[in-house]
Design a protein around this ligand. Structure first.
Ligand code: ZN
Length: 189
């Protein structure tokens, strides 16, 4: 990405990153594949989901504490796409701040079960996906947010996060209710 000259405004993702750095002192961004631990987690997830989660290093951004681990596809994404992801990850940064690493790791990783019935993870991810939706609605409109329905539902009912809440109807209901809330509270049309 070319560096903008001082007179040019920063791209939307860069601007948001500045805000995050102010709100979360000590924030770091690291390429996921440069972290041995993240590479190991990627392999572990691939094994325990029987190959279902095969894009952890490629496509999924992960937050731990104040570190955002970016996937391989990060540099290929548009500033807008990166902004949407950062809005989602900002919620996880906030959750780490609110709950602390221990409680966050417990809720995200273990409660109620590590896989298949991961209520803690599903609630924490829901809070973050709701923010993804809000960001998309603000920038691209409600229709664009609505079109994410199947993609987001799959994140909950499929292997990406270990089948964290495999109850399609319940997740679809969360989605529809959230979109309705956004419809009422944003100027997006
Ligand atoms: Zn998330």
């Amino acid at each position: 990405m070319p560096t903008p000259s001082p007179s040019e405004p920063l791209p939307i993702d860069e601007r948001f990153l500045r805000t995050l750095e102010e709100n979360f002192p000590g924030l770091r961004m690291i390429a996921k594949e440069e972290s041995a631990l993240q590479r190991w987690i990627g392999r572990l997830l691939w094994v325990i989901t029987l190959g279902g989660q095969n894009a952890y290093l490629e496509d999924y951004t992960t937050v731990f504490g104040k570190t955002i681990y970016t996937p391989r596809s990060w540099s290929k994404r548009s500033p807008e796409e990166r902004y949407f992801t950062l809005r989602h990850e900002a919620v996880h940064l906030e959750q780490f701040k609110r709950l602390g690493k221990f409680k966050m790791a417990f809720l995200y990783g273990i409660w109620i079960l590590p896989m298949g019935l991961a209520w803690g993870r599903a609630r924490l991810e829901w809070e973050a996906y709701a923010e993804t939706l809000r960001a998309v609605a603000e920038i691209k409109g409600l229709e664009a947010a609505a079109s994410l329905r199947e993609h987001i539902v799959k994140q909950f009912v499929g292997p990406a996060y270990g089948w964290m809440w495999p109850f399609r109807r319940a997740v679809e209901k969360w989605f529809d209710e959230e979109l309705e809330r956004i419809r009422k509270t944003t100027k997006a049309s």
